[in-house]
Design a binder for this molecule. Structure first.
Ligand code: SF4
Ligand code: SF4
Length: 469
């Protein structure tokens, strides 16, 4: 049994003298533990698989910072599309607000990367060092050869896991083939990537081996936000004090009539033993609770042995624990739903404006126009980027322009390879006699089947534009 009784005034992982108290939570068994193991396995598999899966000729998620191209599930974004990040960030934020208001810390307990990788690290630890009782005993004993070997092996495995996580993370930015090349080349050929992986592996290993639940307790801001995001109808994991109290060391199933006055909690502390953050959920909802449901399974197992119904510790709302009805539909949920709907519609509308090519149109440096042979000449640089994985052929048109306008540089269609780009000069001239004032010059990119891909407008400048208001 743990040598410390959790209370609401101190952090379980920090001793009175400020030193770290290491937790060795017991393994829990039950439906939630099994489901979380499956969810964690699926999420980790997705994390490792995404850079390998090809969609439209690019990895499913590939943030190619060097080329300023970002591939997300078949869509390609370039630097000019980064305004869409606004929708992504606000969307994720609102989704978190929404799920927290409705389902409490479901994210922390089931899907947060920290929870998922820490769960696996604890399994590795249990496999190499033994269960919680063995590990607690080992902590108190002087160092022995056997203990050092086990600790060394555990840290080696954790470092290997951190190494894999860090390399998978790098592959999101450089792609798998490039990562493979890097791993077979000297570190000197890619110092930045080498240092990045080295530091990330070190940070992840430190987190898995030492920092652990401290991340959730002292570092993560989300835990601190939950009291603002949740209300008494949000789903939480809690202890049903009305059923459990007054607690007793003896089983309520015993025949002793006096026991019938007792609650169902037999104060076995199994719920405390399995808690990865070392709290006692019977003391009420606490910031440290990450909603992992280990205590739900642990207590259900105890109740089963006592032939009592499960659910002394369970998922419910604070209203539910107080014997009132839980209101799932309430003003805050309706408001969040509307905002989410509006955000999702705005994102869909924004995505529908994405074009298969991006054009950056700039005036050639120097004077805005040139006068030569009675012609007013404007010179531009046109950069066209193909965002699709198939090649595309385009031609340039200047619709609605004066008949005397001449264009040079784009008579032939432009062929762009998959994800390729072209940089072409465009020279537009107009007889000076025809030029009366500055006018908008519209450039239209047209696919070979006649579809307009996009249009850009720039002013056609000339001498009169500076004298004629
Ligand atoms: S596991 Fe259940 S019975 Fe045991 S102390 Fe916790 S709440 Fe009480
Ligand atoms: S109190 Fe229960 S749900 Fe909360 S972190 Fe501890 S074991 Fe997990």
């Amino acid at each position: 049994m743990s040598d410390h009784a959790p209370n609401l005034d101190t952090v379980t992982t920090i001793r009175a003298d400020g030193s770290r108290r290491f937790l060795h939570p017991a393994a829990s068994r039950g439906p939630y533990t099994r489901m979380r193991a499956w969810v964690g396995t699926v999420l980790l598999s997705i994390y490792f698989a995404l850079p390998w899966i090809q969609i439209n000729g690019a990895p499913a998620v590939f943030l190619d910072i060097a080329a300023r191209q970002f591939h997300l599930f078949g869509l390609t974004f370039v630097a000019q599309d980064l305004w869409l990040l606004f929708f992504l960030i606000t969307g994720v934020g609102f989704l978190l607000f929404y799920t927290t208001a409705l389902l409490g810390r479901i994210w922390c307990g089931w899907a947060c990367p920290q929870t998922v990788i820490l769960d696996l690290a604890r399994r590795i630890e249990r496999w190499i060092e033994g269960d919680h009782l063995v590990r607690r005993r080992m902590d108190k004993q002087p160092a022995t050869f056997g203990r050092s070997v086990r600790r060394g092996a555990k840290n080696l495995f954790l470092a290997g896991f951190a190494f894999l996580l860090a390399h998978a993370w790098l592959s999101y930015f450089v792609s798998i083939p490039r990562l493979y090349q890097m791993m077979h080349a000297s570190p000197g050929e890619h110092w930045a990537a080498f240092c990045f992986v080295f530091l990330l592996t070190g940070a992840l290993w430190f987190n898995l081996a030492w920092f652990r639940e401290q991340f959730c307790i002292v570092l993560c801001p989300y835990g601190r936000l939950q009291s603002a995001l949740m209300d008494s109808n949000s789903l939480v994991i809690g202890y049903d004090a009305s059923r459990g109290e007054p607690r007793s060391k003896r089983s309520p199933a015993f025949a002793d009539p006096s026991m019938r006055q007792r609650g169902d909690c037999i104060d076995c502390r199994r719920c405390v033993e399995v808690c990865p953050t070392g709290i006692d959920i019977r003391q009420g909802l606490q910031l440290e609770c990450i909603g992992c449901a280990a205590c739900v399974d642990a207590c259900a197992e105890v109740m089963q042995k006592l032939h009592r119904p499960a659910g002394l510790i369970r998922y419910d709302s604070l209203n539910g624990f107080a014997g009132k009805a839980t209101r799932w539909i309430r003003p805050r949920i309706v408001l969040y739903s509307i905002l989410l709907l509006v955000g999702a519609s705005a994102l869909c509308a924004a995505l529908s404006t994405l074009r298969p090519v991006t054009v950056v149109l700039g005036r050639v440096r120097g004077a805005p126009y040139v006068l030569e042979n009675d012609l007013v000449r404007n010179q531009f640089l046109v950069r066209i980027l193909n965002k699709r994985s198939e090649s595309i052929q385009l031609r340039l048109e200047l619709p609605g322009m004066p008949a005397a306008l001449q264009m040079a540089g784009f008579h032939e269609p432009v062929t762009l390879p998959p994800l390729g780009e072209a940089l072409r000069p465009l020279v537009v001239s107009l007889p000076q006699a025809e030029f009366t004032r500055e006018f908008p010059l519209t450039l239209r990119l047209v696919a070979m089947d006649g579809r307009t891909i996009l249009e850009r407008t720039l002013p056609f400048a000339g001498p009169v534009s500076y004298t004629d208001p």
